[in-house]
Write a protein that binds this ligand. Structure first.
Ligand code: XMP
Length: 554
């Protein structure tokens, strides 16, 4: 067994009180004592998820939200001064790519113990807690990765209530506990881990496996047990509560000011606009720019929904020619993105200027974007693509931002959209990139190519909807490749475009799998596209996941 780094080790001895370990831990890390929150607990119950860098951290936050409990995902070393105002009811510590043996391994701040709130450490989170509180950690004889069977031994353990006596769980770890900290019990084991679930009477729990991934059966029950039974949350984070809270907040923030909102046709900006309309209707103007890069019938559909159904003030700008002129001769994907993004900003500014004094700009920013931008400061991430969307408006625009969805995940936005009465087809619309069809026409974008792509895409979408698969797919779309191939139609040789079809399943677009569409459906789509779309004589189906491919082709 490799000797553990002294700097992280707090001497373990049975007769030292846990509080003494905490004192030592704080001293070693140079932390200040925790200040007790002076404010009485507010209305909103929050679970704080501390991110130690696991690829699954965002999934943990989503699982808590699925229990109808609000949570925030924050870096593991967030100081107590920022945590206290959240009124936390409990902490969840994520896994980490780091080993507790690493010199600079991320360790929890001492407030997670001193606040006396329930704690659930997952994988590295559990090892870090066990390490802090005087347990012994060792490198496992084997790296445990993938499915394994968990055997529950504890009786009457609130965290494992309702679980069968054995269940499949998902493991991914090298280190493991070999000796429990004082006051802890083993609650479940696996073949390779005697301490796969541990707990203490003071409400601190640890799981060696990952309950947040779908491969762990009953993961949802574990989260429900922790946040509802152990932390005592009520589960009152519902769309209706969110709507009334947000409407009140927007009224307060905006006062008598004027708001503009860019509609993209997608669910996020639609929900943001509808919320603001509820709060301050007459002070909101929406701007919808048709960039000529939308799917067939999209502009009409968006306008109808907002003008007729919601009676909102929508300024419609048909700028298709301006965008096409900008894109002339451009085939580099990143250049296309920048051109489309910049032109959008220019037109948006021109339109906003005609409205007189505007104080606020509303955006449909979602929580994953917020998390990504906070973690971007701490995590090195290679830039794959610049994602230019409405959120890419420049800081020099002199508006204050209103982002009513900045703490919501996509599925929550959809629930709120339904509760606000948005039509189902808008709420369940698949994500569509800001640069639109410009990044689905490979190579130079021309009006003719856009028309071919729109026709092929229309057939694909109609068939997917007819087959009842639209909602199950994260995205489904056609790509017009730059490639021509030889074919034969009747007695004639053809030389036409190759259309590619992409249909994927995903939870958050970070990773994706290609959808196993039925062969009959693929055959129907192919028949229709090559027969009904002039200029196309061949279709292929993209069967690449992300990674290694990305979702879009450009
Ligand atoms: P990739 O292709 O990076 O796409 O796997 C991930 C998700 O982002 C969308 N996407 C974009 N959205 N502007 C956007 O607003 C963009 O430039 C852009 N590029 C990709 C893509 O459709 C998928 O949902």
């Amino acid at each position: 067994m490799k000797k553990k780094k002294e700097s992280h080790r707090i001497a373990a001895s049975d007769d030292i009180e846990v509080s003494t370990y905490l004192e030592l831990a704080r001293e070693l890390r140079g932390e200040q004592p925790v200040v007790e929150p002076k404010e009485p607990p507010g209305e909103r119950e929050t679970i704080v998820v501390l991110d130690f860098g696991s690829q699954y951290s965002m999934l943990i936050a989503r699982r808590v939200r699925e229990c109808h409990v609000y949570c925030e995902l924050v870096p593991y070393d967030t100081p107590w001064e920022k945590i206290a105002p959240l009124n936390p009811r409990g902490f969840i510590l994520s896994g980490s790519p780091a080993s507790v043996y690493d010199a600079d391994t991320p360790l929890p701040m001492s407030y997670i113990y001193e606040s006396h709130l329930p704690v659930m450490g997952i994988c590295h989170g559990m090892l870090a807690v066990a390490n802090d509180l005087g347990g012994q950690i060792a490198r496992g004889a084997k790296h445990e990765y993938g499915h394994t069977i968990l055997h529950v031994t504890a009786e009457d353990c609130p965290l494992l209530a309702g679980l069968p006596s054995s269940l499949p769980v998902w493991m991914s770890h090298g280190d493991q506990i070999i000796e429990l900290p004082p006051g802890f019990k083993s609650l479940a084991y696996t073949e390779n881990s005697a301490f796969a679930v541990i707990g203490s009477d003071s409400g601190i729990y640890g799981l060696q496996f990952h309950p947040e991934v779908i491969h762990t059966a009953h993961g949802k029950t574990i989260f429900q047990n922790f946040v509802l039974r152990i932390c005592g949350c009520q589960g009152n984070w519902t769309p209706a509560n969110f709507i009334s809270e947000s409407v009140a907040k927007i009224k307060e923030q905006v006062g008598g000011g004027r708001v503009v909102c860019a509609l993209s046709g997608g669910v996020d900006s639609a929900v943001a606009a509808t919320l603001i309309d509820r709060a301050i209707s007459s002070k909101l103007t929406c701007i919808f720019i048709n960039n000529g890069l939308l799917r067939r019938d999209e502009p009409e559909r968006v306008l109808n929904t907002f003008k007729r159904n919601f009676k909102m003030d929508v300024v419609y700008v048909d700028a298709a020619d301006r965008f096409l002129a900008r894109l002339k001769g451009v085939s580099d994907p990143e250049k296309k993105r920048h051109l489309v993004g910049n032109e959008f900003i220019r037109i948006f500014e021109e339109e906003a200027a005609t409205l007189g004094k505007v104080d606020f700009l509303a955006q449909g920013t979602l929580y994953p974007d917020v998390i990504e931008s906070t973690s971007a400061e701490t995590k090195a991430a290679a830039k794959i693509k610049t994602h230019h969307n409405v959120g890419g408006l420049p800081a020099r625009m002199r508006f204050t931002l209103i982002e009513p969805l900045r703490y919501l995940f996509k599925d929550e936005v959809r629930e709120v959209g339904l509760a606000l009465g948005l039509p189902e087809d808008m709420v369940w619309r698949q994500p569509f990139p800001g640069p639109g069809l410009a990044i689905r026409v490979i190579g130079e974008v021309t009006k003719d190519k856009l028309d071919i792509l729109r026709a092929a895409d229309w057939i694909l979408m109609s068939e997917i909807k007819k087959a009842g698969l639209y909602r199950q797919l994260w995205q489904s779309f056609a790509v017009l490749t730059d490639l021509k191939s030889v074919g034969v139609m009747g007695d004639y040789r053809t030389y036409g475009y190759l259309v590619a079809i992409r249909a994927i399943t995903s939870e958050d677009a970070m990773t994706a799998d290609w959808a196993r569409l039925p062969y009959d459906l693929l055959a129907r789509i192919s028949d229709r596209i090559v027969n009904e779309v002039p200029g196309v004589n061949r279709m292929v189906y993209d069967i690449t996941g992300k990674p290694p491919a990305t979702i879009e082709w450009e």
